[in-house]
Design a protein around this ligand. Structure first.
Ligand code: PAF
Length: 303
């Protein structure tokens, strides 16, 4: 695995791959890698000839300076994990490489970004995400880019951007990888103290309680959300938002007539966590979050 830090170096490294007609997969990350990221490398490894992973803690998408400062960073550990899990090229740009002096352009998806995370974190959050993702796509020019379902709204927003701007890339989404107690893997989990870590189980508990109610035949969003709030309250955790929404438009759903997205966010201590699941009226059994395997063997190409 090679590490590159500059855009010209990245393009030079990928030029022979592109000339040979081989496919490139990009896994954009902010580092602090966990099994969720590694499962995305696994997907890319299966579907593409060359796998690029980017590590860039994007200041533009943090709405709080303290959150940016606290964001876990360990380049050496990330490089080891990326190499061991099959990445071919690691792209680690400095802030000045991505946002050089005079930088004055942003990419913004309207509407979808006003809700949920956008409503809590402000418009700058998704503007930062879409700007950096469009830059990473332009820098790498991958055939496929990989994102995690844990950031469900981010996926919807990025798909909208790719469609609206005719970006020549396919978006693939990896299922959420969970800890044994159901907590979604997140780079932020390491920031939780042991007691906060125990309380963080409130989020999967909310999803499971809602799923159980739907499995038992409940179709009213109000009732389903009530069950989820009650489950969170048992852990002493209050949701920033807990919403049942259409998975594409992100508009609230009042009656569950087709699959809907249940999205939750909460602060546990000072750490903000998000999670989601699809609730389907067709499913009558409990659909509990399950840990997914992270990696399968596949062929390798050198860059
Ligand atoms: O999901 C993330 O880690 C980030 O939002 C992303 C897509 C890498 C953009 O900085």
């Amino acid at each position: 695995m090679r590490t590159v830090r500059g855009v010209p170096e990245l393009r030079d490294a990928l030029a022979p791959t592109r000339r040979s007609g081989l496919t490139i997969g990009l896994v954009p990350t902010m580092g602090a890698l966990h099994q969720g990221h590694l499962s995305l490398i696994g997907m890319a490894r299966e579907q593409c000839d060359v796998v690029v992973m980017s590590l860039f803690v994007n200041p533009a998408q943090f709405n709080e300076r303290a959150d940016l400062d606290a964001y876990p960073r360990d380049e050496r550990r990330d490089a080891k994990l990326a190499r061991e899990n099959g990445a071919d090229l690691l792209f680690i740009p400095a802030v000045e490489e991505v946002y050089p002096g005079g930088f004055a352009t942003s990419v913004e998806v309207l509407g979808l970004t006003d809700k949920l995370e956008g409503a809590v974190r402000g418009a700058a959050h998704f503007r930062g995400v879409t700007t950096v993702v469009s830059k990473l796509l332009n820098m790498t020019m991958p055939d496929i880019a990989y994102f995690g379902q844990k950031d469900a709204q981010q996926v919807v927003v990025i798909r909208r951007m790719v469609t609206d701007l005719n970006l020549p890339v396919r978006i693939e989404v990896g299922t959420t990888v969970r800890e044994p107690d159901g907590l979604a893997m997140s780079s932020r989990n390491v920031l939780l103290s042991p007691s906060e870590r125990a309380r963080a189980a409130a989020l999967p508990a909310a999803l499971n309680a809602a799923s159980d109610r739907v499995g038992a035949g409940e179709r009213s969003a109000r009732e389903v959300l009530e069950a989820a709030h009650t489950a969170m309250a048992r852990f002493g955790v209050t949701a920033d938002y807990l919403e049942l929404i259409d998975p594409e438009t992100l508009e609230p759903v009042s009656t569950l007539e087709r699959p809907a997205l249940l999205a939750v966010a909460a602060r546990v201590g000072t750490t903000r966590l998000i999670d989601n699941t699809i609730l389907s009226p067709a499913v009558t059994t409990n659909q509990r979050p399950a840990v997914k395997s992270t990696r399968k063997a596949s062929t390798r190409c050198s860059v």
